[in-house]
Design a protein around this ligand. Structure first.
Ligand SMILES: Cc1cc2nc3c(=O)[nH]c(=O)nc-3n(C[C@H](O)[C@H](O)[C@H](O)COP(=O)(O)O)c2cc1C
Length: 719
């Protein structure tokens, strides 16, 4: 190896010099002895003895000074070669005393790492390993250290012979001779690409963990937090600096079943997952879904990793879903009976009407019958309320002006409000036209007024106050933020039409948060069982939302309650006059086809019509209705058909009739469409008469069919 050869001439010179010195000194010593002992140095024996002595001493000196050191040096050399050649680390030796510090030696590991052979490397500066992606900062570090003749460690990006890149963890060390002169630089080259890749991978995992939406924390067996990601810190409202070393225990509800089952699992080093209440550092709480897993090492359990998610939003949605499922269940229940109940009422009320007509001479009895009729219509109104609550009703929607409507309503409501309560009504501006079923709006507002009265029941003095106020006002944005279902074309904020707000305010007891959250639940009531059924506000909400409106509540214990109904103002300004006519439009012998599978309805309606001079053909199902129409097509003036009938529906029968006779007037009758297959009055091509029918509604249907100027009269029909 060349490095050792460089030191050899120095040693040989010294050894040669020592040998010469020893020979000269030995010869001098022999000559001195010859003289002292009077031996003739020129004699043959003296010559032989001199030569033998010199040879012996020279041999000893050569053995000790040359042969032994050479043997040792050769052994060391072999050892050094074995060591350097077997190193996994690349070794590079540069000569700083030559131009541009060329490489003078590389070991086999260098070739393995870089792909360059010793011949290719020697004579060049090691910078030939650098590519375009060299790390300037690392290079500057190396330059400075080399200039200062100090050792340095840098991480440099290098290229192999095949062009591939690797991370070089490079140690540079200066080598000085005994005189302190810099004689070599040795570089140790380590390919740490794998470690770097691992580090990169670790960094990726760490940042994935850190940025994850799931809250992640690692805690030790005593519950002390060792790591927490950003979501975890956000959830518990602590900064990352404050969280490490804290105990996880305060974030748990210790008395909860979840906590007990968690501790059992963790004691057995088992995973646990579940839903539970968690506390933040500020003691507020939230619902979370957690999973906790022990992390094992060779010795056993080391720590635990806990992942949790704040599911407060999900819990709210679940509550909303449960609420709507409850509503759906009540709706189905009501829907199930509404149809039959309305048929019964229609039969009863029809017959009562006929009886009342016959009792003209007995006014007292007629009055009684009239009040039974009122009760019957009241019962029908209740069914309608229930349907409205479940949002399944076929509303009798019309345009009304809220100005007179609310004034009338409050006059009427004043009677039921105790006198010690101040009752005010203010209507700002006008006309305030909305599209609604006036009966249901009336019932909704009365409901709110009754609730306000109830909230003031404890006030025995005259400080109680209820105010009904109607004015133009836009719903607060918080209602749309809270996900209040506002029909798409009437979204809050984007609504081009103005809104009207009808507010009922009281200065009564108010409600706490828990009550406030439940007031729209069906069957939830704060009143004693004899006073409230609990359907009131649920129905009001259902009704208001069915109209595309929203309802807002502002309340606090002791601060009274304000319930505000927001309805979109109608585009059309026409107000329908509320008809109140008690007798049927007299007929002129017109022939009407009646179809209903309910015998009582059929009988009552046909008798009513016949009593007012109409002629009637009755049928009990859709097929028969079509057959009767085909038979009497030329003579018929109109048809009134029930929507749901056996064999064929009222709609199918109506289609058949109008296709056969264009413009033939057909009215559809409905108790309540259980299957939901039909149509609201707004969607239907045909007028809809709801059972039980009021006489003025029947009149409207008859007039629309029979008084229309472009009516195709019987006998003119195409055949
Ligand atoms: C013994 C020794 C080994 C070296 N090995 C490497 C190496 O493997 N890779 C590298 O990029 N630089 C290495 N260097 C550093 C370069 O030779 C050079 O010093 C560096 O690129 C900065 O100087 P420059 O600006 O002249 O290039 C080594 C230097 C010495 C003294």
């Amino acid at each position: 190896m060349k490095i050792l050869e460089k030191t050899a001439p120095m040693s040989s010179l010294r050894i040669g010099f020592r040998l010469l010195l020893v020979i000269v000194l030995t010869e001098a010593a022999i000559m001195l002895c010859y003289q002292l002992f009077g031996i003739n140095a020129d004699s043959t024996w003296a010559g032989i003895a001199d030569a033998l002595m010199l040879g012996l001493i020279s041999s000893v000196v050569i053995l000790r000074q040359v042969v032994r050191p050479l043997q040792q040096a050769s052994q060391q050399n072999a050892l050094f070669n074995t060591l350097v050649n077997n190193l996994d680390v690349g070794v590079v030796l540069t000569d700083p005393r030559r131009q541009d510090h060329p490489i003078v030696y590389v070991n086999p590991a260098f070739t393995r790492i870089t792909g360059y052979s010793a011949d290719e490397a020697i004579g060049n500066n090691p910078r030939f390993l650098q590519g375009d992606d060299v790390d300037e900062a690392a290079m500057q570090q190396a330059r400075t250290a080399i200039a200062q003749e100090k050792g340095v460690r840098v991480l440099q990006r290098n290229r192999r012979k095949d062009g591939s890149a690797f991370w070089n963890d490079l140690f540079l060390n200066p080598i000085f001779d005994n005189a302190g002169q810099l004689v070599y630089w040795v570089g140790l080259i380590n390919d740490v690409s794998d470690t770097k890749a691992l580090e990169k991978e670790n960094r990726r995992w760490a940042s994935a963990m850190q940025q994850s939406d799931e809250a992640v924390c690692v805690f030790d067996a005593t519950g002390n937090i060792e790591y927490a990601n950003t979501s975890f810190c956000n959830n518990v409202r602590l900064s990352p600096d404050d969280i490490i070393g804290r105990s996880t225990l305060p974030f748990w509800d210790w008395e909860s079943e979840a906590y007990i089952s968690l501790t059992e699992s963790l004691q057995q080093a088992l995973s646990w997952s579940g839903r539970h209440k968690r506390y933040r550092a500020d003691k507020t709480s939230y619902e979370a879904l957690s999973s906790i897993t022990p992390i094992h090492d060779e010795q056993g359990v080391l720590s635990f990793v806990a992942v949790h998610r704040d599911i407060s939003d999900m819990v709210t949605m679940e509550a909303q879903l449960r609420q709507s499922q409850k509503m759906e269940a009540v709706g189905m229940l009501v829907g199930g009976i509404a149809h039959d109940f309305n048929n019964v009422l229609a039969g009863m009320l029809g017959n009562l009407y006929l009886v009342r007509k016959r009792l003209k001479d007995m006014p007292q009895l007629a009055e009684r019958i009239a009040s039974i009729e009122q009760l019957g219509y009241g019962a029908a109104g209740m069914v309608r309320q229930l349907l409205s609550f479940s949002r399944k009703d076929v509303h009798d929607v019309k345009e009304i002006d809220l100005v007179p409507f609310i004034k009338e309503l409050t006059k009427f409501a004043r009677v039921s409000v105790p006198e010690n309560i101040t009752f005010d009504c203010t209507v700002e501006g006008g006309p305030l036209i909305v599209s609604c079923d006036p009966v249901q709006l009336q019932q909704s507002l009365l409901n709110l007024i009754v609730n306000a009265t109830h909230a003031l029941r404890e006030n025995n003095d005259s400080t109680g106050k209820i105010e009904v106020r109607a004015e133009l006002a836009t719903p607060p944005e918080s209602l749309s933020d809270a996900g209040v279902p506002v029909s798409d074309d009437r979204k809050l904020g984007s609504e081009p039409r103005p809104w009207v707000c009808i507010a009922v305010r009281d200065n009564g007891a108010g409600m706490d948060q828990a009550t406030q959250e439940r007031i729209f639940e069906p069957f939830f009531t704060t009143k004693p069982s004899a006073v409230g059924t609990g359907l009131g506000l649920a129905m009001v909400k259902g009704y208001v939302e069915a109209l595309g409106g929203v309802i807002d509540v502002e309340t606090a214990p002791g601060a009274g309650t304000s319930m505000s109904i927001y309805l979109p103002l109608s585009e059309e300004a026409q107000v329908a006059a509320v008809e109140e006519d008690a007798s049927l439009r007299p007929g002129r012998g017109e022939l009407i086809l009646l179809a209903d599978d309910d015998f009582h309805v059929l009988e009552a309606l046909s008798s009513i019509l016949e009593s007012a001079n109409y002629r009637v053909v009755t049928t009990t199902n859709g097929m028969l209705a079509m057959a009767a129409f085909d038979e009497h097509a030329d003579q018929l003036d109109m048809a009134i058909v029930d929507m749901i009938m056996p064999k064929a529906s009222g709609l199918e029968a109506a289609e058949h009739m109008t296709q056969t006779r264009k413009g033939f007037p057909v009215t559809l009758m409905t108790g309540y469409d259980k299957q939901g297959s039909v149509i609201s009055p707004q969607e239907s091509h045909y007028p809809v008469l709801r059972k039980p029918w009021e006489i003025h509604r029947l009149n409207s249907v008859l007039s629309a069919a029979l008084d229309s100027p472009d009516r195709v009269s019987a006998g003119n029909a195409p055949t």
